[in-house]
Each structure stands twice: as structure tokens, then as C-alpha cells.
Design a binder for this molecule. Structure first.
Ligand code: PA5
Length: 442
């Protein structure tokens, strides 16, 4: 295994019965797991369609991505939520932190409708050399369409008849404004598989097309996801199926031990946006019917100096997942010739200190009986990130059965979107506007 899960520190044997999980409690899910496992295998053509994505043919997408990366120096993704967080995570974890300084195509995301962010991107890119990938499954999300509408105007003014050559749409193959507009204007369209929801779509063209444009090995990414699919498909034992293990330990911690917050804390700057992706997956999938855990982002070691006081000594409402990277592409040794007072550090490397800090933090948490899990990977690679993505998608899907909710819809998100459409005067939303006015009546 290139990814390992250590769950010793969520068990009662380590942190006591008030906060920890009893072995027999974990094993008592055996029958539930066997039944649910069978249901999931049957659901892979429908609700669990994300499980099919690792097996797609990538030839066409790779060829098109190569063409785009050769033609353009800037690649801007216009999209939000499930339509941008996956690509951002792949970019930040698998490309150099300095990619946009030294490499090309330079990559930017227009997600928010914040004029400051919008102008900061426009300031840097050269429109003549920019490809805009507009990603929206529904083809109608206000933020995406607003940003696109301004970009469209700029493209038409600057490029004349060639404006459509600078656009690629990623959207539903059957419906929506982007599909219609794209077809009418001869714009290249990539498809979001209709059965895959936004936050489960990173391994579809939503995530793998931008990744391929940026030179990420998407086949390795999918290979890793396939490997995790295999592990999760053949293994139905609670303790041997990593996705079910994550789901059940979090469920017990949440529902029986009051751990309403799930902190994810990678000891790696590059994995910081993996947590942003996870936050959406966990929150939007499981936050239903008055249930669900609040996912919180932290970064090791930075948040040791900010959050750990609270995690150790504050409300006992948290379960923490650490992500550890065992090997780095490069490491730096602290020299021998350093002042006597700090000499205890000489000969050690930054990577070593990072790992010791993690060990120290875990020891401190064990002392305070705070449940924590460690996921270790040998290195950050497309293969391992593919494994990690699939692991969390499956853990989330399985959690839906535990909480008895549908993890694949997002009615509360849609509600907010619909009020926004109403407020912006979209046709067909007059009743929603009345509802809005009613809510604000004194
Ligand atoms: O997971 C989801 O469904 C949402 O977060 C969506 O991805 C987000 O609202 C963007 O939607 P769309 O892709 O339709 O523009």
C-alpha cells in the first residue's frame, strides 16, 4: 500500500471509552457493512457513478489538452464549488508551488464574483494568449455565468471573430445555457457525466481536463483511483476497507461521542487545498436533516501555533485527521556550523522536523484524549492523490447510508441559488422573490 491509515488513536484502548471507540462497537457494524457493500456495488451505474470515472478512456481529452497547452500561455477556469475545487486541488498538490512564476500555461481560477479577484486575474493575463474553460454542470450558476459574461464581452472586443476559439465549455451534455450557447457558437464542449454531482466530479473532465492542460499525468491519477476502487470493492471487512473505516469511525465519533467537528490537518502545504475539496464533499454531502459533521481546515505545522490549544483543551467536539507525507522531492539539512544555543537542531532536516512536530502534536492530543487518525502516503504523486480522492468519495457515499440521508443531492445549496436567481430578476422566479420578500417583512 502506498497509502496507510492508522486509527489506533481513535480507539478506546488508546484514549479511553468516553472519547474513543470500543473494538466491539466497530465490529458491530459488520452486518450493516456487508449489506451496504452489496448495495454500493449495485449502485455504481447510478448514484455511485463516480466509481466508474477511473475507468474512462482519456485519449481524446489528453490530445485536446495538449493542443490547448501548446496554443495558450494562460489557462483560466471559470467555475465554482464542485466545478473548481477539484481542479484547484489537483493543481496545488501536483504542480510546483511556483508554477505560475516559472511555468506555463499559467493557471487561474475565477470562482468568486469579487471584483478585486477578477481584476487581479485580468491584470496578469494576456487575452490573446488565454484559454477560458467555463465549467458548470447546470450551466446556470450565477457566479460562473456573471464572470463568463464579462469575459465574453472582453473576448469579442479584443479578438473579433476569433473569440470562440478561446473558449472551452465543460457542462451537461443534454441541457443548460452553456450547452445551447456552445453549440450555437461552435465552442468546444466537454461533458460532465449527468449522473455525477459537482463535488464528485473531479475525476471527470471537470478536473482531469484542466489537470491534463497543466501537464499532470491524469492516467496515473485514474490508476490510483482504480486501485482504491479495487481495495474498496473486494474488501467488506470494517477494519480492512479504508473508506468504510473512515466513515464508521467518524460516524461513531459524531453520533455517539459528540464529535461534531471533523478537522483535517495535512502536514504539507501542497495538500492544503485537498482539505478545501474535502470540506465541500463532507459538508455538502452529509449536512442534511439536522445531521452531519462540520469539516474544518487546519495546516501542520502552522496551525499548531494557532488552533491546537483549542483542539486539545477546548470543547471535546473534534475528531482530527492528519495527513502525513513520508518522502519529499527535496529536503534541507540544518548545517553543523550553527550557534551553540540552537545546536540541537544541527544535522536534522526540515522534513524530519515536520514529522517530529506531527508526532509531538499527536502525543499531546492523545494526552487530552482527542481522537485522531493519520493517513500516510509515501509521496505526493498523481497516483496517491487519485487514491485519496476515491477514498474520500467512497467514504462519503458510504456515510450516506450510516446517516440515512442522500449524500448526492444538495437541496439547501439549491435554495440559496434560487433566491439569488430571484433577486437578480431571472425569468420564472417571481414566486421565489415573493417568498424572499415575505421572509424579510417586519
Ligand atoms: O456540488 C455541487 O453540486 C455544487 O457545489 C456545485 O458544484 C456548484 O454549485 C456549481 O454548480 P455548477 O457546476 O452547476 O455551476
Amino acid at each position: 500500500m502506498v497509502i496507510r491509515i492508522d486509527y489506533t488513536n481513535v480507539m478506546a484502548e488508546t484514549i479511553g471509552e468516553r472519547d474513543g471507540i470500543l473494538r466491539e462497537e466497530l465490529l458491530s457494524f459488520r452486518h450493516f457493512v456487508i449489506e451496504t457493500h452489496a448495495r454500493i456495488q449495485k449502485e455504481k451505474e447510478r448514484k455511485f457513478y463516480f466509481a466508474k470515472l477511473p475507468y474512462q478512456d482519456t485519449q481524446e481529452i489528453k490530445e485536446f489538452a495538449k493542443e490547448i497547452s501548446e496554443r495558450f500561455d494562460y489557462f483560466v477556469l471559470i467555475g465554482i464549488g464542485g466545478s473548481s475545487l477539484g481542479a484547484q486541488m489537483l493543481f496545488e498538490s501536483l504542480k510546483s508551488i511556483n508554477h505560475n512564476i516559472y511555468d506555463r500555461p499559467k493557471f487561474f481560477i475565477m470562482d468568486n464574483v469579487d471584483p478585486d479577484k477578477f481584476s487581479s486575474i485580468l491584470e496578469i493575463i494576456d487575452i490573446e494568449k488565454t484559454c477560458f474553460n467555463v465549467v458548470s454542470k447546470s450551466g446556470s450558476t450565477v457566479e460562473t455565468i456573471a464572470n463568463f459574461a464579462i469575459v465574453l464581452d472582453i473576448l469579442k472586443k479584443r479578438l473579433g471573430e476569433r473569440w470562440n476559439e478561446h473558449l472551452v465549455f465543460t457542462t451537461d451534455p443534454e441541457k443548460g445555457f452553456l450547452k445551447r450557447f456552445g453549440e450555437e457558437n461552435n465552442i468546444k464542449i466537454l461533458h460532465v457525466p449527468p449522473k455525477v454531482g459537482g463535488r464528485f466530479s473531479v475525476l471527470s473532465p471537470v478536473g482531469i481536463f484542466p489537470a491534463a492542460v497543466l501537464g499532470i499525468d491524469i492516467d496515473q491519477l485514474l490508476e490510483g483511483a482504480k486501485k482504491m476502487d479495487l481495495v474498496c470493492s473486494i474488501e467488506e471487512h470494517v477494519e480492512h476497507n479504508p473508506a468504510y473505516l473512515i466513515a464508521i469511525t467518524h460516524y461513531i465519533a459524531n453520533m455517539r461521542r459528540g464529535k461534531t467537528i471533523s478537522v483535517m490537518m495535512p502536514y504539507s502545504e501542497k495538500l492544503s487545498s485537498f482539505v478545501d475539496w474535502y470540506r465541500q464533499l463532507w459538508a455538502e454531502s452529509l449536512g442534511k436533516d439536522g445531521l452531519g459533521q462540520t469539516p474544518v481546515k487546519a495546516l501542520g505545522t502552522v496551525d499548531q501555533h494557532s488552533q491546537i490549544q483549542l483542539y486539545r483543551d477546548g470543547l471535546r467536539d473534534k475528531i482530527i485527521t492528519f495527513i502525513q507525507v513520508e518522502r519529499r522531492a527535496e529536503d534541507f539539512k540544518i548545517p553543523d556550523e550553527i550557534p551553540e544555543d540552537i545546536h540541537y537542531l544541527s544535522g536534522h532536516t526540515l522534513h524530519e522536523i515536520l514529522n517530529k512536530e506531527l508526532l509531538g502534536t499527536k502525543a499531546a492530543l492523545i494526552k487530552s484524549k482527542v481522537p485522531n487518525i493519520t493517513i500516510s502516503m509515501d509521496k505526493i504523486s498523481p497516483y496517491n492523490i487519485g487514491m485519496l480522492i476515491y477514498l474520500y468519495e467512497m467514504a462519503t457515499g458510504f456515510s450516506g447510508y450510516l446517516y440515512k440521508i442522500n449524500p448526492f443531492d444538495q437541496p439547501a445549496v439549491e435554495e440559496g441559488k434560487n433566491f439569488t436567481y430571484a433577486l437578480m430578476g431571472r425569468e420564472g422566479y417571481s414566486q421565489k422573490l415573493e417568498e424572499f420578500e415575505e421572509l424579510y417583512k417586519e
